[in-house]
Design a protein around this ligand. Structure first.
Ligand SMILES: Nc1nc2c(c(=O)[nH]1)N[C@H]1C(S)=C(S)[C@@H](COP(=O)(O)O)O[C@H]1N2
Ligand SMILES: [Mo]
Length: 316
């Protein structure tokens, strides 16, 4: 049972700013009390927002929405990466501490043999593609991101799951030496997420290793993270170190933190409100006003069949 609970809250643009500021002060005070010194990070300009190394041989793909991509600087400087802190600018301020080499990803559970893949090999598995996807956070903000990556199905294939595997669990790095907030029980660390195996095999699901043609910036989950454009942003686990194939549905980090608010599926759905706010509209980062949120974030024609016959109010 976490001492400090931080269920996802809508960001300042949705919450009354006074409530938000008060909540922040509470969190910071509590966090400082718990972590005693570990959180006194130098307040630096965002070094992690610097432009990165160009990725070679990135192919365009036909998966591209016809909407203006959100600027690089916005994508890098506004987001969630709770391992680095509770604020939208925490990742950009602090993720430069993340060491992305050496890096490897273990696979275990219902697989032919447990093994470990080095990032250098993972990057050679498949041609890198640019996928311009909509991305919608459960808090009500959204963006359009030119990700670089490859199908998640490539990873599943290499892991060689057994016929017993029905679910996949993804595990993010949780290293207190690099990630100061994993000392604070905001979530039950490590951050984990899960998918049904057929969702993981869907061609829209990717492992992202870059954006805007460059190596993935640390605030966005370098060196590799999930991207599932039809699901709320929190399904897209960052800085993945492990993948487990399971017979049973795993409980995810957000389900453990607040089960009434975060279900296993987390498909973008304007008709199912979050317990504390509506999901009918969203604000595109950098724009004023709101736009309607689309079922499955606009990807219904591609993914709705995965959920045929399911009551999406029950399986939220
Ligand atoms: N490990 C980890 N992964 C994470 C998160 C996190 O806090 N830790 N936040 C999630 C949430 S809530 C969102 S909206 C997206 C944000 O991704 P972005 O910063 O690239 O926009 O990352 C998701 N993946
Ligand atoms: Mo999110």
């Amino acid at each position: 049972m976490p001492i400090l609970r931080l269920p996802k809250i809508p960001a300042a643009e949705i919450t009354d700013p006074a409530v938000y500021a008060q909540r922040r002060r509470f969190l910071q005070a509590t966090a400082a009390g718990l972590a005693a010194g570990a959180l006194h990070l130098p307040a630096q300009a965002a070094p992690a927002a610097a432009r990165g190394e160009k990725l070679p041989d990135v192919r365009p793909s036909t998966w591209r929405v016809d909407e203006k991509p959100t600027p690089f600087e916005t994508i890098v400087s506004y987001g969630n990466f709770y391992e680095f802190g509770p604020d939208k600018d925490s990742p950009a301020k602090h993720a430069h501490r993340l060491q992305t080499r050496p890096w490897s990803v273990f696979v275990e559970g219902e697989v032919k043999k447990p093994q470990r893949f080095a990032i250098e090999d993972i990057l050679k598995w498949a041609p890198l593609e640019e996928r311009i996807y909509r991305f919608r956070c459960v808090e009500g903000w959204s963006m359009v991101v030119p990700w670089v990556g490859f199908p998640l199905a490539e990873l599943v294939k290499r892991a060689e799951p057994t016929s017993q595997a029905k679910f996949v669990e993804f595990v993010s790095l949780a290293d207190p030496a690099q990630m100061p907030y994993v000392r604070v029980p905001v979530l039950d660390w490590p951050y984990t997420e899960g998918l049904r195996l057929d969702e993981a095999m869907h061609p829209l699901a990717i492992i992202a290793v870059g954006l805007y043609g460059e190596v993935l910036p640390k605030p966005n989950g370098a060196p590799l993270r999930l991207v599932l454009p039809w699901k709320y942003g929190f399904k897209s686990a960052k800085s993945i170190v492990g993948v487990r194939f399971l017979r049973e549905m795993p409980r995810t980090a957000w389900m453990k933190a607040s089960p009434a608010e975060y279900g296993f599926y987390s498909n973008v759905n304007p008709d199912v409100p979050h317990r504390r706010w509506s999901q009918s509209h969203e604000r595109r980062l950098g724009e004023f006003g709101k736009r309607p949120t689309l079922p499955f974030n606009g990807y219904a024609e591609h993914v709705a069949s995965l959920y045929a016959g399911m009551d999406l109010r029950k399986f939220y």
